[in-house]
Design a protein around this ligand. Structure first.
Ligand SMILES: Nc1ncnc2c1ncn2[C@@H]1O[C@H](COP(=O)(O)OP(=O)(O)OP(=O)(O)O)[C@@H](O)[C@H]1O
Ligand SMILES: [Mg+2]
Length: 234
């Protein structure tokens, strides 16, 4: 993979947090390239820097040192406004706690990012209906989050992340609150969406199901990448 082919490129990224006298070196020189269409997980012990790394890629935080490029743009140089705009257009997020808006229906939650993006009503309807049906939620469009199971809520969150046609979906421990059968189903669904919509997925996870189903597993420890395993390649 050359630099031009990488959808995500992290170059010698450091992130240090200061808590009073204490210095926490959450990332200590991370280099990573992710090509378009990958289905990759970040693995590693609690505190190894997985969320911190996803936050740099998702323009939710900035490195202390180093550079991050997403889809050819240096996101580590953004100010807050530029970061917010880029996130909206290019990045889909799926969180551990689903983060759906409680007063909105499944349909309304799913179309939310597109509303912010200014996608017109007809196109929103087309994308939301087809994606919600694709993830098996037909007949549940009007339900509020509390009327859906955890697995169903996470499917709505996945649809919301994909509906804005992002370049990459970042999912931080997306299965942490799901039982293992529901996790496996959600993963299979995301793998199918990855193939059919050609969207790149980058996860962080401890979940063996996630790691088993990922085509590439990048292992972190103490703020560094310590292994990078690709499956199914000679
Ligand atoms: N905002 C912050 N302020 C201070 N320290 C932080 C902050 N965010 C993360 N850290 C520290 O940085 C290190 C890496 O944290 P991070 O959340 O990236 O780990 P993680 O690999 O995602 O862990 P987990 O598997 O538990 O989610 C930890 O030592 C953590 O305490
Ligand atoms: Mg984390």
């Amino acid at each position: 993979m050359t630099a031009d082919e990488a959808l995500i490129e992290v170059r010698d990224v450091h992130r240090t947090f200061y808590q009073g006298e204490i210095e926490v070196r959450a990332l200590r020189g991370v280099d990573l390239k992710v090509a378009p269409g990958e289905f990759t997980s970040l693995a590693g012990p609690s505190g190894s820097g997985k969320t911190t790394l996803l936050n740099q890629i998702g323009c939710l935080d900035r490195p202390t040192k180093g550079q991050v490029f997403v889809d050819g743009t240096e996101v580590s140089a953004f100010n807050k406004t530029e970061a917010a705009q880029f996130r909206l257009n290019k990045i889909g997020f799926v969180f551990q706690a689903y983060n759906l808006i409680p007063v909105l229906s499944a349909y309304e939650n799913a179309e939310f990012v597109m509303l912010l993006e200014g996608v017109d009503a007809k196109e929103r309807k087309r994308r939301v209906e087809s994606l919600l049906s694709e993830v098996g939620l037909e007949g549940m469009f009007d339900r509020r989050p509390h009327e859906l199971s955890g697995g169903q809520q996470q499917r709505v969150a996945v649809v919301r992340a994909l509906a804005g046609r992002p370049a990459v979906v970042l999912a931080d421990e997306p299965t942490a609150n799901l039982d293992s059968k529901t996790s496996a189903e959600l993963l299979d669904l995301m793998a199918e969406l990855n193939r059919e919509h050609d969207v790149t997925f980058l996860f962080s996870s401890h979940d063996p199901d996630v790691l088993e189903r990922s085509r590439r597993v990048v292992r972190m420890d103490s703020g560094k990448i310590v292994a990078d395993e690709r499956k199914g390649e000679e």
